[in-house]
Write a protein that binds this ligand. Structure first.
Ligand code: NI
Length: 167
């Protein structure tokens, strides 16, 4: 399976808005499989289709240490949230930098699997955080957008440094 190219901030395509999936077909399964492979290869815990330049409401997540608990969510909708918590987040579109973001502490989400079956899930902790972070991507929002202007500036400088070092 081919690895997909992960868009890097500030690529304007990260601001695209994803469309709901209508066809639960082989193309969708292939996309999900390729997204998992791309996420695992990059040692990430989550990836949204927008990050691989596919404007579909599809996210993949695996928060396990052994990377053996894949979860995919198609057309996810957060139906309830409870309390708030501040999480330090990273993102495969911002390698090497992190930022603190205020999120819901618990949530209920409905979503479809690759076969079009509807599921409901309650999540807390890392999973709760990952679901919110990835659904944001589907709406063209990154964790960077949640930071203060000063924190955004610091993060951009740090990214520049990291990229210069990599050349
Ligand atoms: Ni991300």
């Amino acid at each position: 399976m081919p690895l997909l190219n992960i868009l890097q901030f500030p690529d304007p395509r990260l601001k695209n808005i994803a469309e709901p999936v209508k066809h639960f077909d082989e193309e969708l399964t292939t996309l999900i499989n390729n997204m998992f492979e791309t996420m695992y290869e990059a040692s990430g815990a989550g990836l949204a289709a927008i990050q691989v330049n596919v404007q579909k409401r599809v996210i993949v997540i695996d928060i396990s240490h052994k990377m053996n608990q894949p979860l995919h969510l198609v057309n996810p909708t957060i139906v309830a949230t409870r309390d708030t918590i501040v999480f330090e987040e990273g993102c495969l579109s911002f390698p090497g930098v992190w930022g603190k973001v205020k999120r819901a502490k618990e949530l209920d989400v409905t979503f479809y699997d690759q076969h079009g079956k509807l599921h409901e899930l309650s999540a807390t902790g890392l999973l709760c955080n990952a679901i919110q972070h990835e659904i944001d991507h589907l709406d063209g929002i990154t964790f960077y957008d949640h930071l203060s202007p000063l924190k955004q500036q610091l993060l951009r400088k740090k990214l520049e440094k990291i990229r210069k070092r990599a050349l």
